[in-house]
Write a protein that binds this ligand. Structure first.
Ligand code: AGP
Length: 603
């Protein structure tokens, strides 16, 4: 997902733009650039590779500018190169873009046939050329932005600056974009994420799709105007205080954001319980009391899909309701059977995952209500859903999702209990508090998992196994290890091993077996199958169980007592730590793993 930051105001725009882009690095990118308005000229400085490459160039040039836009690019159309990096500019405008212009090819061909030139292979530059063409015809910026934007198809967000003024313009369709304001310092901002503006813009605006925003700073104030595409004034925007604090942008005492976010989970579990059972969240949960849809369609991607598997178990086991779950990129193309009276539940940390958003649109087009379990308030999924169940995880910077998984699954649990009408049962709050406590104990003793990691981090491959409620955790544990340690790992239902995967077992393969108190004997026999074939066995199992411990090359004892519903979330934290310590030993880029982006806003 690309990162966008723009600034206009009395200070040097370079500082806020580069700081904002630095905060968005976690989303993944492969080039970066900035365009600054200097002495009435638009100067573009851009470079492929890491943001540090751009910072070095800026350090040399030491530019000063009151107006500028910056961008970190995650390549889609056009390879990774300085020419393809954003901003794209000419002697009239400079633009940055997030998303995909689906009809770029046809438009580019038409524009080239008119003799117009291109410098890059990107779809983004098509918008710049089209915008400039219309401006040359009308001399009107807003009108030209509107015409160029309406000619495009696909999901995109654009930010534009012009040589003729110090204004910031932006417009979007199904892509994240916020406008920021600091009236006391007379500064205007724009970004693809409110997180980039933390500490800079206390007030945030969320323009809706197809609304053009024009920000200008005068000697006395900040003027932020919103227009429909027909250039009438628009009121289709929301506004809120930027609730995040600056310490969310730092690792604090932790070596990685991922480690910080694993440690945050204990407190966040308590906070979420208070929000949904005692405070503001209670109202939206109560709206589910006795709610019995004909069925649920859960869709998500990656870790969120694993959380969906956990939630599906809650809906079926507790509420005896039909709940299908699909990987979003599969669901959207399989012509799913959707019936009136069913409901779509979309799970997403960012609320910007293209495949998940497409599923939400598909359900909406078929008259199916959309509920979301989402972290980012104001995200596209949030704005497009009929009901939102926020997970209040705070910003999750580590690309490998940890706290979001726990809080997504826990939110689903609260929804399940709300439908039962048992939110006030004392045992519910007791179990949640115990989960928080147990996670805290794991955090305090996580170094023991470092010893386990040291035993296996050089091994060839890992098979995570679990039965029933632990099967989703086996999948999630494998994904975590894959994405941060770059080792082959897969999750399997424990009973499935003998149906093929056991062929992989040999002394260089590790079976990480989740052995919960449920189906214990069955799961032990799966472990013995592996042991008989000299596989290395790590067991995550109950404390004080000598028989199981004796089977393991390494044993991770967990106290499952008192967690009849939420033990999978507890087990998962142990696997988060295990993946983290293995990745540490392998020396990978834990917060920004290779090839990954925090939010995949393209198909
Ligand atoms: C999780 O560790 C991954 N980074 C990835 O699978 C992620 O869960 C997936 O891309 C979905 O993202 P979302 O929750 O923002 O929709």
């Amino acid at each position: 997902m690309c990162g966008i930051v723009g600034y206009s105001g009395p200070s040097n725009s370079v500082g806020p733009i580069i700081e904002g882009l630095s905060r968005l690095e976690y989303r993944g990118y492969d080039s970066a650039g900035i365009c600054l308005k200097i002495n009435d000229e638009l100067q573009i400085i851009k470079k492929e590779g890491k943001l540090d490459n751009l910072k070095e160039l800026i350090q040399e040039l030491k530019p000063f500018s009151h107006t500028g836009i910056g961008h970190t690019r995650w390549a889609t159309h056009g390879g990774v190169s300085t020419d393809n990096a954003h901003p794209h500019g000419n002697d009239t405008f400079a633009v940055v873009h997030n998303g995909i212009i689906e009809n770029a090819g046809a438009l580019k061909k038409e524009l080239m046939s008119e003799g117009l030139q291109f410098k890059s292979q990107t779809d983004s530059e098509v918008f710049l050329v089209l915008l400039t063409k219309f401006f040359k015809q009308s001399g009107k910026t807003l009108e030209s932005i509107s015409k160029a934007f309406q000619a495009l198809t696909g999901n995109s967000a654009f930010v534009i600056i012009e040589k003729a003024s110090d204004k910031l313009y932006c417009v979007k369709r199904s892509a994240p974009l916020v406008v920021g304001e600091n009236s006391s310092t007379r500064e205007a901002y724009v970004s693809s994420d409110p997180f980039a503006l933390v500490g800079f813009a206390p007030k945030i605006y969320f323009p809706q799709d197809g609304v053009i925003c024009e920000s200008s700073v005068t000697n006395s104030d900040v003027q932020i105007k919103f227009y429909e595409l027909d250039l009438t004034l628009s009121h289709r925007y929301k506004t809120q205080a930027n609730a995040m604090t600056v310490d969310a942008t730092t690792k604090g005492p932790y070596k990685h954001f991922m480690l910080k976010e694993i440690h945050e989970q204990s407190a966040l579990v308590d906070k979420l319980a208070a929000y949904y059972i005692k405070d503001d969240g209670r109202k939206i949960l109560e709206s589910l009391k006795d709610f019995k849809p004909k069925g649920w369609h859960l869709t998500a991607c990656g870790t969120a899909w694993h959380a969906g598997l956990v939630i599906k178990n809650f809906l079926e086991a507790n509420n005896r309701q039909n709940a299908s779950i699909d990987i979003a990129s599969e669901f959207r193309y399989k012509n799913p059977i959707l019936n009136q009276g069913e409901v779509g539940l979309f799970i997403s940390q960012s609320g910007e995952t293209a495949d998940t958003l497409a599923c939400q649109e598909l359900c909406k087009d078929n008259g199916i209500p959309s509920y979301s379990i989402v972290n980012v308030e104001g995200s596209t999924l949030f704005r497009n859903s009929d009901k939102n169940f926020l997970i209040h995880a705070g910003v999750e910077i580590g690309v490998a999702s940890t706290k979001a998984f726990t809080l997504q699954a826990l939110t689903g649990y609260f929804m399940s209990r709300a439908m039962e009408g048992t939110l006030d049962n004392p045992e519910l709050f007791t179990e949640v508090q115990l989960l928080s406590h147990r996670i805290g104990e794991l955090c305090d003793s996580s170094d023991t998992l470092k010893d386990v990691a040291e035993k296996v981090y050089t091994k060839k491959g890992f098979i995570f196994t679990g039965r029933g409620k632990y099967f989703p955790i086996a999948l999630e544990g494998a994904l975590k290890l894959k994405e941060i340690a770059y080792v082959h790992a897969e999750g399997y239902a424990a009973g499935e091993l003998k149906h093929g995967p056991i062929a992989l077992i040999e002394e260089n393969m590790v079976n990480i077996a989740i052995v919960g108190p449920e189906l214990l004997e069955k799961t032990i026999s799966n472990v013995e199958e592996v042991k008989a074939r000299r596989g290395i066995i790590i067991i995550v199992g109950p404390t004080n169980h000598a028989e199981i411990e004796a089977l393991a090359d390494a044993y991770i004892p967990l106290n499952f007592e008192g967690l009849p519903n939420l033990s999978p979330l507890y087990v998962n934290v142990a696997l988060q730590f295990l993946a983290y310590h293995i990745a540490r030993l392998k020396g990978t880029d834990i917060d920004k793993p290779r090839n990954l982006a925090k939010s995949v806003t393209v198909e």
